[in-house]
Design a protein around this ligand. Structure first.
Ligand SMILES: Nc1ncnc2c1ncn2[C@@H]1O[C@H](COP(=O)(O)OP(=O)(O)O)[C@@H](O)[C@H]1O
Ligand SMILES: [Mg+2]
Length: 239
């Protein structure tokens, strides 16, 4: 088996005196599609940030495969005050692509997410769904092997939600390099989305992973009986 993308052992993170992640033991391999679920404040966003290297563990260890290129989509993507195409091109340019190529690649990336007709429109004036598609274009143009997504469709209407979800699934369906399948790690309150996109589910409560199961087992396990707060999550959105 190839080296995991991440291997965490006894990992924790705290904001000041408050522990936000505790005792995280976890290996994630290339090609897995992992959903992080749990109530607000359970530590999903913090775990995504630690995996992405934005926060260093305060205890324990996290090994990250250095050959794996990561991209992250934040819950509220920041829109630069420039055209949609420039917004994508700038991300490419910052990663080392010459400007002339960046602009053309950005144009292609907008076609992939169906935004070619609004390429010249200012990014901050786009609708919520369009902004999230633009954020996907910006991240995916860099061809990450791993996509970390923090509640990628929260606050979108059902149609925009489906469109963004389809983009995620389409990106994950094709290996970036011939031998490296795309790895997804995403947080979600949407049970239907978890079923559609995930192969594995991590259930968090107060910074701890209480369940780590293949998706079909997760949904066939009476979580409410075992974990006091699970019903809050299981009564969540299903569409
Ligand atoms: N910047 C911060 N400073 C202090 N505490 C924070 C900060 N960000 C998150 N927290 C706390 O960490 C805990 C986990 O938050 P978070 O990872 O955002 O959970 P989730 O994404 O599951 O809602 C919460 O108690 C939250 O209040
Ligand atoms: Mg969060």
């Amino acid at each position: 088996m190839t080296a995991p993308v991440w291997r965490a052992s006894g990992m924790g993170w705290r904001w000041g005196a408050q522990w936000t992640l505790r005792d995280i033991h976890l290996s994630i391999h290339a090609g897995e599609r992992v959903a992080l679920v749990g109530a607000n404040g359970s530590g999903k966003s913090t775990l995504l940030r630690v995996l992405h290297g934005l926060l260093k563990p305060a205890e324990g260890t996290l090994q990250t495969n250095p050959h794996v290129r990561q991209g992250m989509l934040f819950q509220r993507p920041h829109m630069l005050r420039m055209s949609a195409q420039r917004h994508v091109a700038l991300g490419l340019w910052l990663s080392g692509v010459p400007w002339k190529d960046a602009s053309e690649k950005a144009r292609q990336a907008l076609v992939q997410v169906g935004l070619q007709d609004i390429a010249k429109q200012a990014a901050p004036t786009l609708s919520g769904g369009q902004q999230q598609r633009l954020a996907m274009a910006r991240v995916c143009a860099l061809l990450p092997h791993v996509l970390l997504l923090d509640e990628p469709t929260a606050s979108l209407d059902p149609r925009a939600k489906r469109e963004v979800e389809q983009l995620i699934a389409a990106y994950a369906a094709n290996p970036v390099d011939a031998d490296t399948p795309v790895t997804l790690v995403f947080s979600s309150h949407n049970l239907g989305q978890v079923k559609r996109l995930a192969t594995r589910v991590l259930y968090l409560e107060q910074g701890r992973i209480l369940a780590d199961l293949p998706v079909h087992e997760f949904f066939n396990t009476p979580l409410e009986a075992r974990y006091p707060q699970a019903h809050l999550f299981l009564q969540g959105e299903t569409l």
